[in-house]
Design a protein around this ligand. Structure first.
Ligand code: 13P
Ligand code: SF4
Length: 329
């Protein structure tokens, strides 16, 4: 442990300690864009779920600390079975991932012989082991486009992302599971109307999991919202859009942790939440104390049974092979 002198350790901040412990343990700290701001600032990499999966697959570090929710850490373990994958708390679940089980997928597939099953990464490892392809919000359209036109697609579990993919691909043989993320579903068309009325010159960045995504695009097509200033993007895509924007104000429809990276990407622009209550309690479970405990005590280690991981890996690797990220870190 320690080449650090007593005096140096006394002035060390908790974020310095995270970086030191990570170095000492050959660990990389990955954080999702929805993490609390101070956790994002302590991490080596901050990104969307696709960027985190790519980093987990490519890292040379022997330990991956995943500050996010459990399905993200499971994805890292699936991609890197020989590495140690740690999470600050194994209690950080996901209401969307909880909405579909492996048995549900088997039943749905049996009802549609010949269909290709595409699962959003916001699913458990057991569900990933039952599907043909995974996707994230950054590449869902490209992943579905990779499926031959004449093959039906079963898309799960998010109905709003599914509707976005159907709209973008124009496929009428895309069947969508009726799941939702309680945080994104809670951002309503009324929130959009209220915020656009209050900020008529603002740009709009909308995550495709949002309940308001369809209506925002419909309002844009009707001329109520500025079409050229309304974009549906993954969280990584939002950071890229923030770097490019010339708008004074941008309204952001997604989990509010996102605002930290957007404000860092473009300090001169005002980024406002479409709904300030859109906070994911699972994402906010990670605290500085739990991150330090994770690095000091190796808790909690994520385990995915090897046979399950091998079946899930095929679907995740097939996704990674399709195109480059639409939104990176
Ligand atoms: P992305 O990072 O893929 O945009 O996903 C958002 C999300 O809800 C993760 O929980
Ligand atoms: Fe799951 Fe929604 Fe939270 Fe993302 S924001 S982790 S989809 S509950």
């Amino acid at each position: 442990m320690g080449t650090l002198t007593e005096a140096a350790r006394a002035t060390e901040t908790w974020q310095d300690e995270v970086r030191r412990l990570a170095r000492e343990q050959d660990a990389i700290v990955l954080a999702h864009n929805y993490m609390p701001a101070e956790i994002q600032d302590a991490a080596d990499v901050v990104g969307d779920s696709l960027a985190l999966a790519r980093h987990a697959a490519a890292t040379g570090a022997s330990t991956i600390v995943l500050c996010g929710v459990l399905f993200m850490a499971e994805t890292a373990k699936i991609l890197s079975p020989d590495k140690r994958v740690l999470v600050p708390t194994a209690d950080a679940g996901c209401s969307l991932a909880d909405g579909v089980t492996a048995a549900d997928v088997r039943r749905w597939r049996a009802e549609h012989p010949g269909a290709v099953v595409v699962a959003y990464v916001n699913t458990t490892a057991a569900v990933k082991a039952e599907v043909d392809l995974c996707c994230t919000s950054a590449n869902a359209v490209d992943v579905v486009r990779s499926v031959p036109e004449d093959r039906p697609v079963l898309f799960l579990p998010d109905q709003f992302l599914g509707a976005h993919v159907r709209r973008e691909t124009g496929r009428d043989n895309l069947h969508v599971w009726l799941g939702e993320c309680h945080v994104h579903a809670g951002i309503s068309p009324d929130d959009v109307r209220r915020q656009v009325r209050a900020h008529p010159d603002a740009e709009l960045l909308v995550h495709p999991e949002c309940g308001c995504a369809t209506s925002a695009l419909w309002l844009a097509d009707e001329g109520v919202l500025p079409r050229e200033r309304t974009q549906v993007l993954s969280t990584g895509g939002m950071v890229e859009a923030a770097r490019r924007t010339t708008a004074d104000t941008v309204l952001v429809a997604t989990e509010i942790g996102m605002l930290h990276q957007l404000r860092k990407a473009r300090p001169g622009t005002t980024f406002l939440p479409m709904n300030e209550r859109a906070s994911c309690r699972y994402m906010k479970m990670t605290t500085p104390d739990l991150l330090l405990r994770c690095l000091r005590e190796g808790r909690d280690e994520v385990d995915v049974p090897p046979d399950l991981a091998a079946r899930a890996r095929a679907a995740v690797e097939a996704m990674l092979a399709i195109g480059e990220p639409g939104g990176g870190e």
